[in-house]
Design a binder for this molecule. Sequence first.
Ligand code: GLP
Length: 259
Amino acid sequence: MEIVILPDADRVARTLADVITARVQSGPCTLGLATGSSPLGAYQELIRRYRAGEVSFRDCWAVLLDEYVGLAPGHEQSYARVIRDEFTGQVDLPPDHVLVPDGSAQDLPAAAAEFERRRHEVGPVAVQVLGIGANGHLGFNEPGSSLGSRTRIKTLTEQTRADNARFFGADETVPVHVLTQGLATILEAEHLVLVATGTGKADAVAAAAEGPLTASCPASVLQLHPHATVVVDEAAAGSLAHADRYRRQLALKPDWQPL
Ligand code: GLP
Protein backbone atom coordinates (compact mmCIF):
# COMPACT_ATOMS: atom_id res chain seq x y z
CA MET A 1 0.00 0.00 0.00
CA GLU A 2 1.27 3.44 -0.88
CA ILE A 3 0.24 6.33 1.35
CA VAL A 4 0.38 9.77 -0.24
CA ILE A 5 0.09 12.70 2.15
CA LEU A 6 -0.68 16.02 0.47
CA PRO A 7 -1.09 19.52 1.87
CA ASP A 8 -4.80 19.97 1.21
CA ALA A 9 -8.03 18.62 -0.26
CA ASP A 10 -7.41 20.37 -3.57
CA ARG A 11 -4.16 18.45 -4.11
CA VAL A 12 -5.91 15.21 -3.14
CA ALA A 13 -8.60 15.86 -5.76
CA ARG A 14 -6.08 16.66 -8.49
CA THR A 15 -4.02 13.57 -7.68
CA LEU A 16 -7.04 11.28 -8.02
CA ALA A 17 -8.01 13.09 -11.23
CA ASP A 18 -4.46 12.55 -12.53
CA VAL A 19 -4.61 8.79 -11.90
CA ILE A 20 -7.96 8.51 -13.69
CA THR A 21 -6.91 10.77 -16.57
CA ALA A 22 -3.73 8.78 -17.19
CA ARG A 23 -5.66 5.49 -17.24
CA VAL A 24 -8.43 6.79 -19.51
CA GLN A 25 -5.91 8.29 -21.92
CA SER A 26 -4.12 4.94 -22.19
CA GLY A 27 -7.18 3.24 -23.72
CA PRO A 28 -10.80 2.17 -23.19
CA CYS A 29 -11.42 1.08 -19.61
CA THR A 30 -13.96 0.54 -16.86
CA LEU A 31 -13.85 2.97 -13.96
CA GLY A 32 -15.07 2.03 -10.50
CA LEU A 33 -16.79 5.08 -9.05
CA ALA A 34 -17.79 6.01 -5.51
CA THR A 35 -20.32 8.53 -4.30
CA GLY A 36 -20.06 10.53 -1.08
CA SER A 37 -18.28 13.85 -0.72
CA SER A 38 -14.69 12.57 -0.82
CA PRO A 39 -14.27 12.14 -4.61
CA LEU A 40 -16.31 15.21 -5.60
CA GLY A 41 -13.30 17.49 -6.08
CA ALA A 42 -11.72 14.93 -8.41
CA TYR A 43 -14.93 14.60 -10.42
CA GLN A 44 -15.11 18.39 -10.78
CA GLU A 45 -11.50 18.45 -11.97
CA LEU A 46 -12.23 15.67 -14.49
CA ILE A 47 -15.27 17.59 -15.77
CA ARG A 48 -13.05 20.66 -16.19
CA ARG A 49 -10.47 18.64 -18.13
CA TYR A 50 -13.22 17.12 -20.31
CA ARG A 51 -14.60 20.57 -21.13
CA ALA A 52 -11.07 21.75 -21.93
CA GLY A 53 -10.73 18.86 -24.40
CA GLU A 54 -7.99 17.20 -22.38
CA VAL A 55 -9.76 13.88 -21.74
CA SER A 56 -12.73 11.96 -23.12
CA PHE A 57 -14.76 9.20 -21.45
CA ARG A 58 -16.68 8.12 -24.56
CA ASP A 59 -15.04 4.68 -24.59
CA CYS A 60 -15.35 4.10 -20.85
CA TRP A 61 -17.73 2.23 -18.62
CA ALA A 62 -18.49 3.21 -15.05
CA VAL A 63 -19.42 0.80 -12.28
CA LEU A 64 -20.75 2.11 -8.99
CA LEU A 65 -19.95 0.66 -5.58
CA ASP A 66 -23.32 0.71 -3.90
CA GLU A 67 -26.94 1.89 -3.82
CA TYR A 68 -29.66 2.55 -1.27
CA VAL A 69 -32.55 0.11 -1.10
CA GLY A 70 -36.09 1.41 -1.36
CA LEU A 71 -35.61 4.88 -2.84
CA ALA A 72 -37.89 5.60 -5.78
CA PRO A 73 -36.04 5.32 -9.11
CA GLY A 74 -34.70 8.78 -9.93
CA HIS A 75 -34.76 9.93 -6.28
CA GLU A 76 -32.16 12.66 -6.09
CA GLN A 77 -30.23 10.83 -3.36
CA SER A 78 -30.18 7.49 -5.15
CA TYR A 79 -26.56 6.88 -6.05
CA ALA A 80 -27.56 6.22 -9.67
CA ARG A 81 -28.82 9.81 -9.78
CA VAL A 82 -25.99 11.27 -7.70
CA ILE A 83 -23.23 9.87 -9.90
CA ARG A 84 -25.04 11.09 -13.02
CA ASP A 85 -25.53 14.59 -11.57
CA GLU A 86 -22.03 14.88 -10.11
CA PHE A 87 -19.95 13.27 -12.82
CA THR A 88 -21.02 10.90 -15.59
CA GLY A 89 -23.83 13.14 -16.89
CA GLN A 90 -21.42 16.06 -17.19
CA VAL A 91 -18.88 14.28 -19.39
CA ASP A 92 -19.23 12.22 -22.58
CA LEU A 93 -19.47 8.86 -20.85
CA PRO A 94 -22.45 7.12 -22.54
CA PRO A 95 -25.46 7.04 -20.14
CA ASP A 96 -26.01 3.34 -20.84
CA HIS A 97 -22.41 2.62 -19.80
CA VAL A 98 -23.11 3.24 -16.11
CA LEU A 99 -23.74 0.15 -14.02
CA VAL A 100 -25.39 0.53 -10.60
CA PRO A 101 -26.84 -2.12 -8.26
CA ASP A 102 -30.64 -1.98 -8.56
CA GLY A 103 -31.82 -0.98 -5.10
CA SER A 104 -35.43 -0.68 -6.25
CA ALA A 105 -35.65 -4.32 -7.38
CA GLN A 106 -38.29 -6.57 -5.82
CA ASP A 107 -35.84 -9.46 -5.69
CA LEU A 108 -32.71 -7.94 -4.13
CA PRO A 109 -30.54 -11.11 -4.05
CA ALA A 110 -31.26 -11.55 -7.77
CA ALA A 111 -30.37 -7.88 -8.38
CA ALA A 112 -27.09 -8.36 -6.52
CA ALA A 113 -26.23 -11.46 -8.55
CA GLU A 114 -27.14 -9.68 -11.79
CA PHE A 115 -24.92 -6.74 -10.84
CA GLU A 116 -21.98 -9.09 -10.24
CA ARG A 117 -22.61 -10.76 -13.59
CA ARG A 118 -22.76 -7.46 -15.48
CA ARG A 119 -19.74 -6.12 -13.62
CA HIS A 120 -17.69 -9.05 -14.84
CA GLU A 121 -19.02 -8.51 -18.34
CA VAL A 122 -17.89 -4.88 -18.51
CA GLY A 123 -14.81 -5.28 -16.32
CA PRO A 124 -12.13 -5.57 -15.22
CA VAL A 125 -12.35 -2.35 -13.23
CA ALA A 126 -9.13 -0.50 -14.02
CA VAL A 127 -9.22 2.15 -11.28
CA GLN A 128 -11.56 1.84 -8.30
CA VAL A 129 -12.26 5.13 -6.51
CA LEU A 130 -12.95 4.68 -2.80
CA GLY A 131 -13.91 6.85 0.13
CA ILE A 132 -13.88 5.63 3.70
CA GLY A 133 -16.54 5.90 6.38
CA ALA A 134 -15.64 7.33 9.77
CA ASN A 135 -16.14 3.78 11.09
CA GLY A 136 -13.86 2.30 8.42
CA HIS A 137 -16.60 1.21 6.03
CA LEU A 138 -15.79 0.72 2.38
CA GLY A 139 -18.64 1.12 -0.11
CA PHE A 140 -21.41 0.21 2.32
CA ASN A 141 -19.50 -2.68 3.88
CA GLU A 142 -19.99 -1.85 7.51
CA PRO A 143 -17.74 -3.20 10.31
CA GLY A 144 -18.17 -6.95 10.55
CA SER A 145 -18.47 -7.39 6.78
CA SER A 146 -16.83 -10.54 5.50
CA LEU A 147 -13.48 -9.93 3.84
CA GLY A 148 -14.64 -12.48 1.24
CA SER A 149 -18.01 -10.86 0.58
CA ARG A 150 -19.67 -10.27 -2.80
CA THR A 151 -22.45 -7.84 -3.77
CA ARG A 152 -25.35 -8.27 -1.35
CA ILE A 153 -27.83 -6.49 0.87
CA LYS A 154 -26.44 -4.86 4.03
CA THR A 155 -27.94 -2.99 6.97
CA LEU A 156 -26.48 0.44 7.68
CA THR A 157 -25.22 1.32 11.14
CA GLU A 158 -26.89 4.24 12.87
CA GLN A 159 -23.58 6.13 12.64
CA THR A 160 -23.53 5.83 8.85
CA ARG A 161 -27.19 6.83 8.61
CA ALA A 162 -26.46 9.87 10.77
CA ASP A 163 -23.34 10.72 8.71
CA ASN A 164 -25.35 10.57 5.47
CA ALA A 165 -28.41 12.42 6.80
CA ARG A 166 -26.83 15.68 5.59
CA PHE A 167 -27.59 14.67 2.01
CA PHE A 168 -31.30 14.10 2.70
CA GLY A 169 -34.09 16.59 3.37
CA ALA A 170 -35.18 17.26 6.97
CA ASP A 171 -38.46 15.40 6.35
CA GLU A 172 -36.77 12.37 4.78
CA THR A 173 -35.28 9.32 6.46
CA VAL A 174 -32.03 7.74 5.37
CA PRO A 175 -32.68 4.19 4.12
CA VAL A 176 -31.72 1.38 6.45
CA HIS A 177 -30.74 -1.13 3.78
CA VAL A 178 -28.38 -0.96 0.83
CA LEU A 179 -26.88 -3.08 -1.91
CA THR A 180 -23.11 -2.90 -1.94
CA GLN A 181 -20.24 -4.53 -3.74
CA GLY A 182 -18.57 -6.93 -1.34
CA LEU A 183 -15.02 -6.52 -0.16
CA ALA A 184 -13.88 -9.39 -2.38
CA THR A 185 -15.67 -7.74 -5.31
CA ILE A 186 -13.84 -4.47 -4.68
CA LEU A 187 -10.50 -6.27 -4.46
CA GLU A 188 -10.86 -7.45 -8.06
CA ALA A 189 -10.13 -3.96 -9.39
CA GLU A 190 -6.65 -3.49 -10.84
CA HIS A 191 -5.87 -0.34 -8.85
CA LEU A 192 -7.61 0.83 -5.69
CA VAL A 193 -7.38 4.55 -4.88
CA LEU A 194 -8.84 5.62 -1.55
CA VAL A 195 -9.20 9.34 -0.90
CA ALA A 196 -9.90 10.94 2.47
CA THR A 197 -9.74 14.47 3.80
CA GLY A 198 -10.38 16.13 7.15
CA THR A 199 -9.76 15.17 10.74
CA GLY A 200 -12.99 13.17 10.93
CA LYS A 201 -11.38 10.48 8.77
CA ALA A 202 -7.99 10.39 10.53
CA ASP A 203 -8.64 7.46 12.87
CA ALA A 204 -10.32 5.38 10.17
CA VAL A 205 -7.41 5.99 7.77
CA ALA A 206 -4.88 4.96 10.41
CA ALA A 207 -6.84 1.83 11.30
CA ALA A 208 -7.17 0.86 7.64
CA ALA A 209 -3.53 1.47 6.75
CA GLU A 210 -1.67 0.59 9.93
CA GLY A 211 -4.06 -1.49 12.01
CA PRO A 212 -4.69 -5.21 11.75
CA LEU A 213 -6.43 -6.76 8.76
CA THR A 214 -9.87 -7.22 10.25
CA ALA A 215 -13.55 -7.22 9.35
CA SER A 216 -13.93 -4.71 12.20
CA CYS A 217 -12.28 -2.18 9.88
CA PRO A 218 -13.47 -3.16 6.39
CA ALA A 219 -11.09 -0.70 4.68
CA SER A 220 -8.15 -2.65 6.12
CA VAL A 221 -8.85 -5.11 3.28
CA LEU A 222 -6.76 -2.74 1.13
CA GLN A 223 -3.75 -4.35 2.79
CA LEU A 224 -4.46 -7.49 0.73
CA HIS A 225 -4.34 -5.67 -2.60
CA PRO A 226 -1.13 -5.54 -4.66
CA HIS A 227 -1.85 -2.01 -5.94
CA ALA A 228 -3.61 0.14 -3.38
CA THR A 229 -3.00 3.88 -3.01
CA VAL A 230 -4.30 5.96 -0.12
CA VAL A 231 -4.33 9.69 -0.87
CA VAL A 232 -5.00 11.94 2.13
CA ASP A 233 -4.60 15.54 3.19
CA GLU A 234 -2.62 16.48 6.29
CA ALA A 235 -5.76 16.44 8.44
CA ALA A 236 -6.77 12.92 7.45
CA ALA A 237 -3.15 11.81 7.95
CA GLY A 238 -3.21 13.10 11.52
CA SER A 239 -3.42 9.70 13.26
CA LEU A 240 -0.89 7.84 11.10
CA ALA A 241 2.01 6.56 13.22
CA HIS A 242 4.44 6.45 10.30
CA ALA A 243 3.52 9.63 8.43
CA ASP A 244 7.17 10.73 8.22
CA ARG A 245 8.14 7.49 6.54
CA TYR A 246 5.38 7.89 3.94
CA ARG A 247 6.44 11.47 3.24
CA ARG A 248 10.05 10.36 2.77
CA GLN A 249 9.05 7.53 0.45
CA LEU A 250 6.98 9.94 -1.66
CA ALA A 251 9.84 12.45 -1.83
CA LEU A 252 12.21 9.69 -2.98
CA LYS A 253 9.79 8.16 -5.48
CA PRO A 254 11.45 7.79 -8.88
CA ASP A 255 10.00 10.03 -11.60
CA TRP A 256 9.33 7.04 -13.83
CA GLN A 257 7.16 5.32 -11.22
CA PRO A 258 3.54 6.51 -11.33
CA LEU A 259 1.15 6.10 -8.42
C1 GLP B 1 -20.82 6.61 2.11
C2 GLP B 1 -20.61 5.77 0.84
C3 GLP B 1 -19.18 5.41 0.66
C4 GLP B 1 -18.37 6.62 0.99
C5 GLP B 1 -18.40 6.88 2.46
C6 GLP B 1 -17.75 8.17 2.88
O1 GLP B 1 -21.80 6.15 2.94
N1 GLP B 1 -21.41 4.60 0.71
O2 GLP B 1 -18.94 4.94 -0.65
O3 GLP B 1 -17.04 6.42 0.62
O4 GLP B 1 -19.70 6.74 2.96
O5 GLP B 1 -18.52 9.26 2.51
P1 GLP B 1 -17.96 10.73 2.41
O6 GLP B 1 -16.97 10.72 1.29
O7 GLP B 1 -19.13 11.60 2.12
O8 GLP B 1 -17.33 11.03 3.71
